[in-house]
Design a protein around this ligand. Structure first.
Ligand code: DNO
Length: 390
């Protein structure tokens, strides 16, 4: 039976986790991006080739791009958008010329994934990424001071946010700001001013407008994707809720259906992130997997543990609220229908063991992900065995 392609996110030569580490972890595919190229610029063929040779020299393959960022000019369909569409298409052609055809992206306004703490200590001493609504509200109301922000939170969260903010030192404020506005490693963090001006823009665009812009973007790149066999995989919103007054359009099943049907062609697919989707109180992750499996071009397997308010921490890969066995089994079945299996990567991992004493990219230390990959690989083997036996 056909198995998943096991991949690993590598941030490039600057990544403290080396390609040799990846080989030792047992992954065969690399997921990376040219983070040194500014958003919206064309990825030169030469730079893609160079990165590809580095990966291949280590005996690995560049399987998936994560991400070719979609410039804000496209998300907001700014008047100078045509240049950015042309650049995006050229980047896709250059990638395809190097044989790289799965491209992850997201359509979250301004911010990519958002957490409020990067080092929540687990009972065993490992550290996890954490999202807390009261901390977000403390930032939103008391630091960012967004107008009418109070309407977006339940009373209980507002009270807790106020209480907490009153105890914050200047360093606590700086740290919370840093964590919330943090960008992808080696890309730039955003400023409060950027956030403020985006807020005004996105208010006008709204949810419906943002979805229209996404479908428009997909239609613009459709012919290039189809000509070159490129598969686009949209990452879900993380967390899967509107935050800081910004609209969200990829948070759950209904959204995914709208996106898939909005441009109903095979190139238009999803990056199925169990952790991002799993943080949504309403999201039945296995049910979403069943509904969209035919359009899953890439998967992130990770788990979360939520509390009653909706705060969540990133749990061990097999230990959170998402029934990972059920989700894997759905995709294992899907893999048997395909010429090429779905690539997945163990998404994030706890900072643990020796990594507690190293500086690594938040969520992307080696050992926690190695543990996740090993557990997921074992789970797949077990599920395959059960299928063969029955
Ligand atoms: C976080 C990642 C995201 C993801 C992008 C895809 O760890 O899953 O940053 O790469 O949203 O565009």
């Amino acid at each position: 039976m056909q198995k998943f392609e096991q991949t690993w996110r590598w941030y490039g030569p600057q990544d403290p986790v080396s390609l040799q580490d990846v080989k030792q972890a047992g992954a065969t595919g690399i997921v990376t991006a040219l983070h040194h190229i500014a958003h919206g610029e064309i990825w030169p063929l030469k730079d893609i080739e160079e990165r590809k040779s580095l990966i291949e020299a280590a005996g690995l393959v560049w399987s998936v791009v994560e991400s070719v960022p979609v410039h804000e000019a496209i998300k907001t369909k700014r008047e100078d958008v045509a240049v950015y569409i042309e650049n995006y298409k050229q980047t896709l052609r250059n990638l395809a010329a190097c044989g790289i055809r799965v491209v992850t992206y997201n359509f979250m306004p301004v911010l990519d994934w958002t957490r409020t703490k990067l080092d929540l200590e687990m009972p065993n001493g490992a550290k996890a990424l954490y999202f807390d609504w009261a901390d977000l509200a403390a930032f939103d109301l008391h630091i960012f001071q967004r107008e009418q922000a109070e309407n977006d939170y339940p009373e209980q969260v507002l009270v807790e946010a106020k209480k907490r903010f009153a105890t914050f030192s200047a360093e606590d404020v700086e740290e919370l700001k840093r964590v919330i506005l943090m960008g992808i490693p080696s890309e730039k963090d955003i400023s409060l001013e950027d956030l403020q001006s985006s807020l005004i823009l996105y208010k006008e665009i709204g949810r419906k407008g943002l979805l229209d812009n996404l479908c428009w973007f997909l239609r613009e790149i459709q012919s290039v994707c189809e000509e070159y066999g490129i598969k686009m995989a949209i990452h879900p919103d993380d967390p899967p809720y509107p935050i800081l007054g910004l609209p969200r359009i990829a948070s759950g099943l209904e959204d995914y259906v709208k996106i898939i049907e909005g441009v109903n062609a095979q190139f238009n697919g999803v990056c199925f992130c169990t952790g991002s989707l799993g943080a949504g109180a309403e999201n039945d992750v296995p049910a979403i997997a069943r509904a969209v499996k035919h359009r899953v071009h890439f998967a992130h397997f990770r788990n979360v543990k939520k509390d009653a308010i909706g705060n969540f921490y990133e749990a061990d890969h097999l230990a959170g609220d998402v029934d990972m066995a059920q989700v894997l089994d759905i995709f294992i079945e899907e893999n048997q229908t395909r010429a090429q299996p779905i690539p997945f990567r163990p998404d994030h991992g706890h900072q643990m063991l020796d990594d507690l004493h190293k500086v690594t990219n938040p969520g992307y230390s080696a050992i926690g992900r190695l543990r996740g990959l090993a557990e997921l690989r074992g789970l797949e083997e077990g599920l395959l065995y059960a299928r063969i036996k029955s």
